[in-house]
Design a protein around this ligand. Sequence first.
Ligand code: AMP
Ligand code: GLY
Length: 424
Amino acid sequence: MNVLILGSGGREHAFAWKVSQSSLCKKLLVAPGNAGTNELGTNVEIGVNDFESIKKLALEEDIDMLIVGPEDPLVNGIFDFFNGDESLKHITVIGPSKQGAKLEGSKEFAKEFMQRHDIPTAKYQAFTKDNLEEGYAFLESLNAPYVLKADGLAAGKGVLILENLEEAKKQLKAMVADAKFGKASSTVVVEEFLSGIELSVFVLTDGTSYKILPSAKDYKRIGEGDTGLNTGGMGAISPVPFADRFFIEKVETEIIKPTIHGLKEEGIVYHGFIFIGLIVSGNDVKVIEYNVRMGDPETEVVIPRIKSDLLHLFQGIGDGTFSEKDLHIDEDTAATVMLVSGGYPEKYEKRKVIAGLDDVEGSIVFHAGTKQEEDAVLTNGGRVLAVTSFGENIEDALNKSFVNAEKINFEGKYYRKDIGFDLR
Ligand code: AMP
Ligand code: GLY
């Protein structure tokens, strides 16, 4: 099978690492990829939203399967673009249809979907500039802190959590009336704040049957003890110890089944991953968000724990045999530690030479923001490398990642030394 992966982060390197191990994989291309994916396949300098160039590449290279990493092309309808084109429709696309991608592309759509299917989530209302006064009244009816979410994609920055009512009203106005996040915030979901522990559950589905992948917890803040600015994710752990069989059964009954059933009932085509962000408080589990792709850096711990051939599973999604396939999971714990550029998530420099990659032992290094230039591997983003290790427990897995994190060097390197602190 000839496979094309779209994206350039640690998630896509982890996909490429797994797919390249499959006996079904004949040719692997990654667009645009990074220095890590370049070692496993061929990188092609095409943007993930350049559908015409992706089409041309898919035809030239006789691609059989397209695996879509990030949300943007999914929300922009890449599934429908392939499915609706005579010359491309034989290609299996791993990712939801445009309508399915609205679960991430529109917070209001996701909330309405959950309401229609009785899926537990925070109480909410949606507002635009035309009913701003009602928005103020709704905020007054809630207790602090206040949660404001831009309806559309805002590069992970569209959620504001505010302690003060007046500030919340000011920000609501800035979002809906003054386009604080552009068009993405012309509608804003205001919702009840949920306190508890966050974790994520991942599902792979063909729209009818589904398989529950390992759970994971990521660490989003830049600083130790979960302090400072939000990032794309500084590390992750899988499995999450408290997410035992009983917990997952509860999530399956209350959330996963109604989600898959809801998609099917509404005629929404969905061939891909559903990332369900959860908040757990006592015996209560609620959905805080759906994403229509895998998480990053969660993929860097979830995918290595999958023992089954991922391409074989994906193939089942394409040919209607997905429900017959088995999914085997490694029982060991996986941990990943993200090495980032100095200054990230604010201003940082790129093009720093990365040394020590060959000295790593006992961990898998997934490249996130790197670039190969002649013989050198250079930093090319805020999040640079994810160092993943296995262990009998969290401590054990993390220690291996930390030892190897020390062996890798680039100017400004920073990483959190307390990943998993709340689970240990
Ligand atoms: P989202 O983009 O929906 O994932 O939101 C970003 C982050 O905001 C989440 O990972 C949570 O930490 C937090 N968050 C979102 N919604 C809520 C909520 N209703 N209550 C508490 N925290 C929330
Ligand atoms: N790590 C969170 C995300 O991928 O959205």
